[in-house]
Design a binder for this molecule. Structure first.
Ligand SMILES: NC(=O)c1ccc[n+]([C@@H]2O[C@H](COP(=O)([O-])OP(=O)(O)OC[C@H]3O[C@@H](n4cnc5c(N)ncnc54)[C@H](O)[C@@H]3O)[C@@H](O)[C@H]2O)c1
Length: 339
């Protein structure tokens, strides 16, 4: 299975390229970046062919599947082009910038008959996998409410590619805002954990602290507080931030009729019962866990069911559009309304 990676930045270097390189069922055949040095460096490291033009890479007949690792702003163009070229696609999250772009992708996907997956890597986090299994086993009874958070001090301090001090001035426009960059993971995660679409949201998504180099506030949300109602009646809050100047927060607490489950709020998964008992489930930490999504995609190419597909990518974009509308219009919004 010959794979081409499009976009040779941080996520390609740290996650997808190393994962493809060690996967026995795939070959990192090509890498492509409009910045020649980025493509050349990755090509040299993995013995892949370097391309500098996305269309040339994705139409190369030797390429079977494509991993899109360009900034958010280019996902729609690159995913549609790859599907139209008859390639299977793994797209980094989010699937696109808007549900309108998502609809174009779904149209191309359905016409192509190819495979399409979104890299919602947090579905595969060990704590989230165990938490979902315990929920299904009824360990805390019927889930009724949740709180989930994904917050850190901002991309200028830390990201998978290292600190990026010029992020807001140089890269923000290609990325969108804190919801597209970070929040999409949690909008997707609650759908996954509770096996239910989001029905309605009430959201506030302000700019509370980040500035451009000239000191003016960035023209994008850097913080988001969302109340979410799931179709199956579970209700909860989603807290997303680039302005959390302590240690990163990535916990989820789930409230059930027979107890509480805490995922990633400390080590492993913790279950607390009404009688005061506490069960701690230690989770084996795999240092390469973040590469699992790539291995999962390669297994999907081999016939395994995907952990998420284009429909999950679009469901996330619709929920995020409802969040945007709720913030702008200052009222509760049904996701159905933005379809
Ligand atoms: N799953 C995760 O947890 C996670 C973490 C970080 C980033 N990401 C996602 O990965 C994607 C890329 O993020 P990154 O941090 O690697 O970004 P990055 O800026 O480090 O890399 C992007 C690369 O794409 C190249 N590029 C930009 N526009 C291009 C174009 N039109 N044609 C060809 N190449 C182009 C750039 O030169 C750069 O090398 C984003 O969608 C981001 O949200 C996901």
């Amino acid at each position: 299975m010959n794979i081409a990676i499009i976009g040779c930045g941080a996520i390609a270097k740290t996650r997808h390229a190393p994962a493809v390189a060690v996967n026995p069922d795939a070959v990192l055949y090509a890498v492509c970046d409009q910045t020649r040095a980025n493509a050349d460096a990755l090509a040299e490291q993995y013995g892949a062919r370097a391309f500098y033009d996305v269309n040339e890479a994705i139409t190369d007949p030797a390429v079977d599947a494509v991993i899109i690792c360009t900034p958010e702003r280019f996902h729609c163009t690159h995913v549609v082009a790859a599907l139209e070229a008859g390639k299977d696609v793994l797209c980094e999250k989010p699937l696109a910038m808007t549900p309108q772009e998502g609809a174009q992708i779904l149209d191309a996907w359905h016409k192509s008959g190819r495979r399409l997956m979104v890299a919602f890597a947090q579905r595969l986090t060990a704590e989230h996998q165990l938490g979902k299994k315990l929920l299904r086993e009824g360990v805390i009874g019927k889930p009724i409410a949740f709180r989930t958070e994904l917050a850190h001090k901002g991309v200028e301090y830390a990201s998978i590619g290292g600190p990026t001090p010029d992020f807001y001035d140089k890269h923000l426009a290609g990325v969108g805002d804190v919801m597209l960059s970070v929040g999409c993971h949690r909008v997707d995660l609650v759908r996954y954990l509770f096996d239910s679409p989001i029905k309605a949201v009430s959201a506030v998504t302000p700019t509370i602290d980040k500035t451009y180099a000239d000191g003016s506030p960035i023209k994008a949300a850097d913080h988001a507080m969302i109340l979410a109602e799931m179709e199956n009646g579970i209700q909860g809050s989603i807290w997303i931030s680039w302005c959390d100047y302590g240690r990163p927060e990535r916990g989820t607490t789930i409230y059930g009729t027979e107890g509480i489950m805490r995922l990633c709020t400390g080590p492993g998964v913790v279950v607390e019962k009404p009688d005061g008992s506490v069960e701690e489930h230690i989770v084996q930490q795999d240092p390469d866990a973040w590469q699992q999504i790539t291995h999962h995609f390669i297994a999907y190419l081999g016939g395994k069911a995907p952990i998420c597909d284009g429909n999950d990518g679009q469901a996330c974009l619709l929920a995020m559009e409802a969040i945007r509308k709720s913030n702008d219009e200052k009222h509760r919004v049904l996701v159905e309304e933005v379809k």
